[in-house]
Design a protein around this ligand. Structure first.
Ligand SMILES: Cc1ncc(COP(=O)(O)O)c(C=O)c1O
Length: 377
């Protein structure tokens, strides 16, 4: 059996009519730059995540970069970032010239370890930048408390967590549920095609509740414009493409259903793997994991990878090298041993295929093969 890691073609086939109608409508209208579809998608996405404002941009990386700029982060500032994430989280900080300060991750959730954040705070710290990695919310209550204590901003990297929810305990039994991206000062999303909400190319979104930040971001993403040829601030060209917005408006209507299906597939994997040596994802009661990635850990990864490959099973590794050991960050002076959990996890982790259209017999085949691989000495 040949099992690809991701299957975007089935998704397209299932909603082809809706998508084609939306694309034709946009092509007929011809408003290709910041057209009606962008405005409507911004409104709909803000409503979905329950924030006041949304600004569509060119990518998740730009969402982070422009989001940091909009909060006034500059060269003399420090930004706290988990040592284990996709590199764009840190690159956005470095592109501004601010200093990335890495913090180790929690071994259960792979998200930033909130116990270790305070140690990394200095006089220069301006922002904590948690990532809701693989689709599981970071421990936002603790992060927001630390931010309040030290007067820091919080930017959420939601590139892998569209629709994931965080549950605050308000009274002993009552919960206040919020979508990720609405918890910090700014929420940043990527619509890279393989994401839970993916475009047909690059795309990103920034969410916020403050009007002045919103107004600044409208200019930052569009050449610093106040009007067509009036440029008020140093801006950039990072507009969400109108065609992508039309696609995303259609897909947003399916997101909750797709996330439920992902959770169902994850539950099946976890059930089938529960009595093995494989470390399966651990869900925290404060969040709803939407399984952008179903990550497992094994001790003898190379051998397991070889056997899965031989049996036609495509897997990926998110991520094989923690960020503090990446060449690009050599100048920061970190060394092996600085973030032991990130280092251990990056040596053991494997992402198994998960998407809303993955058939149960394929999950069974992947698990059976994995079990055989674990038995081989
Ligand atoms: C955690 C995280 N942050 C940021 C990004 C950057 O998003 P993009 O690829 O849209 O620039 C990604 C996407 O791959 C991501 O996974």
């Amino acid at each position: 059996m040949d099992i690809p890691f991701i299957d975007l073609r089935t998704q397209y086939q299932q909603i082809k009519e809706e998508l084609n109608r939306a694309l034709n409508r946009t092509l007929d209208r011809g408003d290709f730059i910041l057209g009606k579809e962008v405005r409507l998608f911004e409104e709909e996405f803000a409503r979905y995540c329950r924030t006041k404002f949304a600004v569509g941009v060119n990518s998740g990386t730009d969402a982070l970069f422009l989001g940091l700029l909009s909060l006034g982060v500059g060269k003399s500032d420090e930004v706290i970032v988990p040592a284990f994430t996709f590199i764009a989280t840190a690159l956005a900080v470095s592109f501004i010239g601010a200093r990335v300060v890495f913090v180790d991750i929690d071994e259960d959730t792979y998200n930033i370890n909130v116990e270790k954040i305070e140690r990394a705070v200095t006089k220069r710290t301006k922002v904590i930048l948690p990532v809701h990695l693989f689709g599981q919310p970071a421990d936002m209550k603790s992060i927001l408390n630390i931010a309040k204590k030290y007067n820091l901003k919080v930017i959420e990297d939601c590139a892998q967590s569209h629709g994931a929810e965080y549950k605050f305990k308000v009274q002993s039994s009552k919960l206040k549920v919020q979508k990720v991206g609405s918890l910090g000062d700014i929420g940043c999303f990527s619509f890279y095609p393989t994401k839970n909400l993916g475009a047909f190319g690059d795309g990103g979104m920034i969410l916020m509740n403050k009007k002045e930040v919103y107004k600044k971001l409208l200019m930052l993403r569009d050449c610093g414009r106040k009007s067509k040829y009036e440029h008020k601030i140093l801006g950039y060209n990072s507009r969400l493409d109108t065609i992508q917005a039309a696609v995303l408006r259609v897909k947003l209507k399916h997101l909750d259903k797709w996330n439920r299906l992902r959770r169902k597939k994850a539950k099946l994997y976890s059930e089938l793997l529960k009595d093995t040596d494989v470390i399966i994802p651990k869900e925290k009661d404060y969040g709803t994991h939407i399984y952008h990635i179903y990550a497992i850990r094994v001790k003898n990864r190379n051998k397991v990878l070889g056997i899965l490959k031989k049996k036609g099973i495509n897997v990926l590794i998110h991520y094989p090298i923690p960020l503090h050991l990446q060449k690009v960050y050599k100048n920061l002076g970190y060394k092996r041993g600085d973030f032991p959990v990130a280092e251990k996890v990056s040596g053991e982790i494997i992402s198994l295929s998960i998407h809303p259209h993955l058939e149960e017999e394929k999950i069974q085949y992947i698990v059976d093969t994995l079990k055989q691989a674990l038995l081989k000495k």
